[in-house]
Design a protein around this ligand. Structure first.
Ligand code: HEM
Length: 253
């Protein structure tokens, strides 16, 4: 993705119509397959300044795909009156420096940290080992397995990167699933037992946390199943995924 920044200087009297014009032009951005996202902000300290940030799939997609495509005409018709007021219009490449601030707790903190995930996996694998459908898969499991999976989950949900640092990260995890030929019935049992364990150990029960938690578990188990099939060739190098709240952040009164 490439980010385009446009800085406009708009006189006070023209501001309402400028914002309204961009409100209409936004329909073209929303429809354009080259546009990732967009946001128009107005300067608080000097209200005549506006910054428009548009994420494009690439600079070429913007300059050739969007400008030569079906949505440009309607877009440009709306913003043409303000072209003279553009003070800067450039593409910027994102750097590795980015992330979320601390205003919203991580799922890891919300759950109760490492100790909560350790309680979860301990209880979970006690049941797994007794289960007729998936118990046999884990018959020879490493005694540290519950703790390792707790480290993995902690890292995924925003906790420390201990699984990557101490246990081989994604590559080790993916190797463990290879060739196990997990069936969908086994995957579902794994999910059900984990959800039961989440209730039993008292993981937060608020809808937002459980929706995000279940989202990752559903995603992760489907990937584990696919990677475990005979002949599967998953990527052997990848970062540990980081899971966030998605569309429903926690309710903080
Ligand atoms: C979100 C879903 C899943 C996650 C996060 C996960 C995570 C992991 C991790 C981190 C390991 C390696 C532990 C280590 O460092 O030694 C592992 C191993 C393993 N996983 Fe999964 N897994 C998932 C789903 C499943 C499912 C659905 C099954 C089967 C029903 C399964 C079966 C196994 C088995 C049999 C091992 C090897 C255990 C051993 O012998 O030590 N996993 N898993």
């Amino acid at each position: 993705m490439i980010v385009e920044y446009l800085r406009y200087r708009i006189g006070q009297a023209d501001a309402p119509e400028f914002e309204a014009a961009y409100g209409r032009a936004a329909a073209s951005l929303a429809a354009a397959p080259q546009c990732v996202d967009y946001e128009l902000s107005r300067c608080v300290d000097e209200p005549e300044w506006y910054v428009l940030r548009i994420g494009w799939t690439s600079a070429k997609d913007h300059l050739e795909g969007f400008r030569g495509g079906e949505h440009f005409k309607a877009f440009f018709a709306e913003i043409r009156p303000y072209v003279q007021q553009i003070e800067e219009m450039r593409h910027y490449e994102r750097t590795a420096v980015r992330g979320n601030g601390g205003s919203v707790p991580t799922l890891y903190d919300w759950a109760g940290g490492a100790e909560a995930f350790e309680r979860l996996t301990e209880t979970f694998y006690e049941q797994v080992l007794k289960d007729d459908l998936i118990g046999p898969l884990f018959a020879g499991m490493d005694p540290g397995h519950p703790r390792y999976v707790a480290m993995w989950l902690s890292e995924v949900f925003g906790g420390p990167s201990r699984y990557s640092d101490e246990r081989g990260g994604y590559t080790h995890m993916v190797t463990q699933h290879l060739g196990r030929a997990i069936s969908d019935a086994q995957r579902r049992r794994w999910v059900n037992l984990l959800m039961d364990a989440a209730d039993e150990v008292g993981l937060p029960a608020d809808p937002e946390f459980r929706a995000a938690f279940a989202g990752y578990i559903e995603w992760g188990t489907r990937i584990a199943l696919a990677n475990s099939q005979p002949g599967a060739k998953p990527p052997m190098q990848a970062p540990v995924p980081h899971w966030g709240w998605g569309v429903a952040p926690p309710y903080l009164p």
